[in-house]
Design a binder for this molecule. Structure first.
Ligand code: GRG
Length: 298
């Protein structure tokens, strides 16, 4: 399926490399706590797109960052992303039975194990970042920790999730939906693209360009995801229609209709690419991923 498409090949290679970094960190212990590690492994070694790790690696390449260091940061960010998916799927949140084509963690294990597996992945992420193997300079490690913490917490993903959960109670206008999405999914995508600049101690203007790129990419990605929800897989549509609250979700697709939302996603993807004008052909995969997020079918 990956064929000769360089982007798909790079995403696949990223997946394998990140899994090789995580595998020894998630060795299953002998005691009864093995259950939580089994659940962590079940979640993180399932077939995700690895978009965030890919962004870490692609941005790191712009600044000649050591690949092993970049892979550790990529693994840390994938841990945070996977934790968010596990918790998002819980009955108290989106109550989903299937994720990445397999039963969700609380279905395959149980709710308590899913909560703990998410918690443990979140903490593992920071354990990875503070290790000297991630970067010898303490200042760089601290900045990575701060960037990931801010993207994940109440100013970022958790805050966005809170707004999303309560959004049904009141109408959100376009600006409020953009803010929600920037926090819920955009912040972690931005942290991923910025990670290479932090590791490579990039100049301010280079980091600024990557921030702009990631902001527009994250928004385009979210619109594309919402479009897939309403017009992608008819099974998903059927399931969504059965679920309370799902139809009332605050999305740009719901607000402006699929046609305008698609135009918006294309415009954002083009804008994302324009932010990369500072970089030469080494940014070609970053450019390709902006096209990929608006053209994907799953
Ligand atoms: C529970 C704190 C907490 C946060 C949850 C990310 C998130 C916040 C919820 C996910 C809900 C969702 C489906 C959002 C749409 C965009 C999105 C983040 C999709 C999942 O990311 P992908 O497509 O997933 O990169 P894979 O499986 O490919 O890694």
């Amino acid at each position: 399926m990956t064929g000769t498409n360089p982007l798909l090949q790079a995403l696949k290679a990223t997946s394998g490399a990140v899994e090789r970094v995580l595998d020894p960190m998630l060795a299953v212990p002998d005691g009864p706590e093995a259950r939580v590690v089994d659940a962590m492994r079940y979640a993180i070694f399932s077939p995700g797109k690895r978009l965030r790790p890919f962004l870490v690696l692609a941005s790191s390449e712009l600044f000649d960052v050591n690949r092993q260091q970049a892979l550790r940061v990529a693994a840390a960010i994938e841990c945070v992303h996977t934790y968010s998916l596990i918790h998002d799927d819980l009955p108290a949140m989106d109550d989903d039975d299937v994720r990445r084509g397999r039963p969700t963690v609380h279905k395959a294990f149980d709710d308590a194990t899913a909560i703990l597996a998410g918690d443990a992945l979140l903490t593992l992420a920071f354990d990875i970042l503070v290790d000297e193997k991630t970067h010898k300079d303490k200042g760089v490690r601290l900045e990575l920790v701060r960037t990931l913490a801010q993207a994940s917490g109440h100013h970022g993903m958790v805050g966005g999730q809170m707004i999303d959960i309560t959004a049904g109670d009141h109408e959100l206008d376009e600006a409020a939906i953009y803010r929600l999405q920037q926090m819920k999914t955009g912040a972690l995508i931005s942290a991923s693209a910025e990670a290479g600049a932090i590791l490579g101690r990039a100049e301010k203007r280079e980091r600024h360009s990557l921030q702009g790129y990631a902001r527009d990419l994250g928004l385009a990605f979210q619109i594309a995801d919402d479009l897939l929800d309403v017009e992608g897989d008819p099974m998903i549509m059927g399931k969504a229609a059965q679920k309370d609250g799902r139809q009332g979700k605050a999305t740009l697709v719901a607000l402006m209709g699929a046609g305008r939302a698609r135009q918006q996603a294309h415009m954002l993807a083009e804008q994302a690419i324009e932010h990369l004008s500072l970089f030469d052909e080494r940014a070609s995969l970053l450019r390709a991923v902006a096209q990929f997020v608006i053209s994907r079918r799953a």
